[in-house]
Design a protein around this ligand. Sequence first.
Ligand code: ATP
Ligand code: MG
Length: 365
Amino acid sequence: MYVKSLELKNYRNYESLSLEFKNGTNILYGDNAQGKTNALESIYMCCTSKSHRGNKDKEVIKFGEEEGHIKLIIMKEEVPYRIDMHLKSYKNKGVAVNGIPLKKLTELFGVGNVVFFSPEDLSIIKNGPAERRKFIDSELCQSDKVYAYNLSSYLKVLMQKNKLLKDLKYSRDNSLYETLDIWDLQLSEYGSKIIERRSLFINDINEIIYDIHKSITGGIEDLKVKYEPNIKGNNLYEELVKNREKDILYKTTSVGPHRDDISFYVGNMDLRKYGSQGQQRTAALSLKLSEIEFVKKVIKDVPILLLDDVLSELDSKRQKQLLNSIKDVQTIITCTGLDEFIENRFNIDNIYKISDGKVVESNNF
Ligand code: ATP
Ligand code: MG
């Protein structure tokens, strides 16, 4: 699949924008703070329903405006799919696919598949476990509706239970205490399914990443990814009950998949703890490339790759490896200059220069 066109109205710093893309390498370049990432964000939003930055919907509407629009046309086997997203400051957004309004936002998943790659992704191994869980969740939510449902249900129940734990800390009301069991039963129902699905996902990634990383490191490193569920046994309910008193004391749920992690091993060495900075970043690059391969396997098509200012973060060897391994995928790349492309003679199909929310130059090759 590939993005054919994007139109924005009152989106972030764009009053109005219209871009056509090629099924190849597309570049948006320009100085800082001109709107490059905003354009990628709007594509990501149309495919996943949310901003990759975690902003509220209202915040992406142009300052001072009440409504914003995104229109994205995606081609799948030469059939066009039009996604219209209508953002409103006073109520929830509306989304339509090919003119038909969606009843639920989850119906949007799978219309367009994107992989978003930003410089922060290169720190995923060095950063805390929350970033690594976000990696699993954003991937699985896009590709598996059941997982998306289980995760959002789990997080809702967890929030309610944690609120109850706070109340219990200050008043040990018996009837309140008994309701804890109901929350724990629900947590274990959704949580067990999340753990099971995450484990399968990491197995899949593990199979893919080995060869990719081997090739990126010139045959030197054998990389393994391991899922580290927070609970050691397989009975989440029992663990939740065992930790109840402690959880009331600390006013939070101490066990469950909201505390899961993934580890990265080269031989017996845990890269999170002992990897050099370069090793960690290279493994992160392998992980991102594995994500693309994983999506390909699931959707039996190629996803759209959004590369937000990531090339300038990589040395020229890694840049080559990245661009060589995504030749069959449409990429939309943002950058501040074109030097890397010219020096390395990377193929470019389409360039837009963006300045202050407008296209000031365009070139099709
Ligand atoms: P960099 O190269 O620094 O990453 P960029 O071109 O990617 O820059 P963006 O993040 O796309 O920049 O755009 C940032 C600009 O968008 C900021 O200057 C900000 O003021 C503006 N902006 C953000 N949200 C809104 C909004 N809701 N309305 C109007 N302008 C906004
Ligand atoms: Mg940017």
